[in-house]
Ligand binder design. Structure first.
Ligand code: ADP
Ligand code: ADP
Length: 229
């Protein structure tokens, strides 16, 4: 089934009194459990598209549906959508446990439920032993795992990731590609993933959407896009 639909999405900005289109007439259907990557050069509209899906920005025109509901009409805590930021965005003064627990506390869940959900999420990313540590005591890769755990703990159906590996060194990046893909498949998450790295897109994705100047240039499986003669 379809989990997410973009209907003729356009995002305009005004720069020096001139209008330009950061995203232009994008139509897209994302299937349940699909790993879809937005690929393309800097400035082509990947992040803007992702941020509109997250509800951080409003389309100038068009509609975004989650299931059959308009995203803007679903209350934030019922959207079951999680965003993983490039810079991790952890709270430096909070232990790892509290960083991951934060969203659950806001929802007033019981401390027993919080404990078991946080531990489950940390185990999922291989950090069950880190709960008492602080972010600055962890490596970049570990911090990125915490950022992922913080999203997973809320049991999302859709996760949105904006260049999540770009601050990691090459070796760690390779390892995290596999980890993210494993978790996405285990939890049957729908994943939208922004990158400008073609190799990353090729190895991780079910489908790749190539953008250029705010438009979809090509969309298809890695095989179809890069192996066909
Ligand atoms: P990408 O993620 O592919 O690098 P972006 O979606 O960040 O591209 O940006 C697409 C275009 O929109 C770029 O030209 C960028 O400068 C412009 N843009 C993005 N956000 C804003 C904004 N808030 N105000 C004005 N222009 C913006
Ligand atoms: P990234 O590659 O991470 O998308 P950008 O330089 O494209 O980095 O944009 C960083 C942020 O600044 C984006 O979230 C976008 O909303 C904002 N931005 C980008 N271009 C402009 C612009 N011309 N005017 C105002 N804000 C912008």
């Amino acid at each position: 089934s379809v989990s997410l639909t973009l209907k003729n999405i356009t995002r305009r900005y005004v720069k020096d009194n001139e209008e330009f289109l950061a995203v232009s007439n994008v139509n897209l259907e994302v299937k349940d459990g699909e790993f879809l990557t937005f690929l393309g050069p800097s400035g082509c509209g990947k992040t803007t598209t992702l941020r509109m899906i997250a509800g951080f920005e409003t389309p100038s025109s068009g509609q975004i549906l989650l299931g059959d509901q308009d995203v803007t009409k679903i209350p934030a805590n019922e959207r079951r959508m999680g965003f993983v930021f490039q810079n991790y965005a952890l709270f430096p003064h909070m232990k790892i446990f509290d960083n991951v627990a934060y969203g659950l506390k806001i929802r007033n869940e019981s401390s027993d439920a919080i404990k078991s959900k946080v531990r489950e999420a940390l185990a999922m990313v291989g950090l069950e032993k880190a709960e008492h540590r602080y972010p600055n005591q962890l490596s970049g890769g570990e911090q990125q795992r915490v950022a992922l755990a913080r999203v997973l703990v809320l049991r999302p159906k859709v996760i949105l990731m904006d260049e999540p590996l770009s601050n990691l060194d090459a070796k760690l990046r390779l390892h995290m590609r596999t980890e993210i893909r494993r978790i996405q498949q285990e939890l049957q998450l729908t994943c939208l993933y922004v990158t400008h790295d073609q190799k990353e897109a090729l190895t991780m994705s079910d489908r790749i959407m190539v953008m250029n100047h705010g438009k979809i240039e090509q969309i298809g499986t890695p095989m179809k896009l890069y192996d066909d003669p």
